[in-house]
Write a protein of this length. Structure first.
Length: 142
């Protein structure tokens, strides 16, 4: 930890936790396309609810589900998103709201009909933040 991080941490411990959660979210985005790396952003027993309402429970199911999509419709794509808010429920549990969408490497985007809002629960385990729950909901216009 740098001297600056130690100073920030002593002034506002939540700020360093917020930074860690934002880095974890970026890791999630960056690992899109690699099912194992993507799953490692989550706790081993995470609840992952996909846009159609299906539940993937834990790393095995998250990996299996994402291997399928990364070899099919999400092939040659990357995930784009940003955190809208982080609310600490306790010192080791945070509720996150984020937006995102898939962009394809040939410059197509799912943005026109599949922009999504995510809710995530992050949990600090042994000093490391991981996502324990994820809900992905497409945003429809009214």
């Amino acid at each position: 930890m740098s001297k600056r991080d130690q100073t920030v941490n002593s002034i506002n411990p939540e700020l360093s936790d917020e930074t860690a959660i934002r880095k974890l979210y970026q890791q999630l985005l960056d690992s899109w396309g690699d099912a194992k790396a993507y799953a490692e952003c989550f706790t081993p027993d995470a609840d992952y609810i996909i846009a159609n309402g299906m539940l993937e429970k834990g790393w095995k199911e998250i990996i299996e589900g994402h291997e399928i999509i990364f070899s099919a419709w999400a092939r040659n794509s990357h995930l784009v998103g940003r955190i809208k808010s982080i609310r600490f429920l306790t010192s080791d549990i945070a509720f996150i709201i984020a937006n995102g969408h898939i962009e394809y490497n040939d410059n197509r985007s799912s943005d026109t009909n599949e922009r999504t809002i995510y809710s995530l629960i992050a949990q600090k385990l042994n000093g490391k933040w991981l996502f324990a729950a994820y809900q992905n909901t497409p945003i429809e216009t009214h």
